[in-house]
Design a protein around this ligand. Structure first.
Ligand code: NAP
Length: 285
């Protein structure tokens, strides 16, 4: 068992919803050494549960969200925001004795407390898709009922699929969503555009794709490995005056890339608030 997972070594982890995010987190936990028999998962349709059971036969699965909630020390609500109210309905009659962790975009701690009971420890998380390959970035916020031990456990859960950071103010979670939750798609679009442009000029697609991906990875590594250097300094370090990089950056700046990115981040924040509104209302389908 990895050191990171020690904080939940004896805990039972429950997942309401067995979709992509649940599958990647529970897969990361098992890979880090948490026994599958300590994990409980519920989902309305059986197919996703069967697929998980095939991979991890010791998992505890059910179509009943209440069964999972009753067993869990940490209960991850891993359904779409618009399904949250419906998924929580079977839990409302239970005397919950767990820390609830929501992974749903835009769903606030207060909404979860309103759905499941006042005074409940609630952690709001915002993981991202690279969690599927163990390179996720997760933002975390805890309400005032959450203990330090529960926060350590949440850190362990999300560190099993990448890196996690805590924010002190829940309003910053909309920004976490904009930066890391939606962020992978920003970088995909950029790489996609570079590959298409290089192909148009004659580079084979496979070569362009390999170079674009490795370059993105390398640039990210340089940012992570030099925490005391401004990113703008790293950029300046690789930009010789009058060189090829400077020529490209002039075009990006003339096209107002920084302003465009600021608008994109703002659009994510606005949409996150709209989704929070939707999530606080019941879904009857
Ligand atoms: N994927 C990402 O990159 C990402 C990143 C950050 C946050 N998130 C958040 O993670 C949450 C889950 O996303 P996802 O991508 O994993 O979605 P997903 O693959 O669609 O999984 C959602 C699961 O919830 C199940 N479900 C629906 N209604 C339910 C109910 N009443 N009770 C229990 N389970 C129910 C669905 O089952 P059926 O398919 O059988 O209907 C499905 O398996 C979302 O809130 C999303 O905002 C996702």
């Amino acid at each position: 068992m990895s050191d990171a997972i020690q904080a939940i070594a004896n805990a039972k982890i429950g997942f309401i919803g067995a979709g992509n995010m649940a599958a990647s987190i529970l897969g990361g936990l098992i890979q880090s050494g948490l026994p599958a028999k300590q994990i409980y998962v519920s989902n309305p349709s059986q197919g996703k549960l069967d697929a998980l059971l095939e991979r991890y036969p010791d998992l505890n699965t059910s179509n009943d969200n209440g069964y999972v909630a009753e067993h869990a020390d940490y209960l991850l609500l891993s359904v779409k925001p618009q399904k949250m109210a419906l998924a929580c309905k079977p839990l409302q009659e239970l005397d919950l004795n767990c820390c609830v962790i929501s992974v749903a975009a835009g769903v606030g701690c207060q909404t979860i407390e309103d759905l499941l009971g006042k005074g409940l420890p609630v952690i709001r998380s915002m993981p991202n898709t690279p969690s599927l390959v163990g390179a996720g970035a997760t933002g975390l916020f805890a309400n005032q009922h959450t203990s330090e031990q529960q926060k350590k456990a949440a850190t362990a859960i999300f560190d099993a699929v990448g890196l996690s950071v805590w924010v002190d103010d829940e309003s910053q979670m909309d920004l976490v969503t904009a930066v890391s939750g939606s962020g992978p798609a920003h970088y995909f679009l950029y790489m996609e555009s570079v590959v298409v442009a290089a192909m148009k000029q004659g580079l084979p697609e496979t070569t362009a794709r390999q170079l674009a991906a490795q370059t993105a990875l390398g640039a990210a590594r340089m940012v992570q490995d030099n925490p005391n250097l401004e990113i703008s300094q790293l950029r300046r370090n690789v930009t010789s005056p009058g060189g090829t990089t400077a020529a490209a950056l002039d075009v990006l700046n003339d096209g107002k890339l920084p302003e465009l990115v600021a608008k994109a981040v703002n659009a994510s924040v606005v949409r996150g608030k709209e989704l929070a509104e939707i999530a606080s209302k019941p879904d009857h389908d």
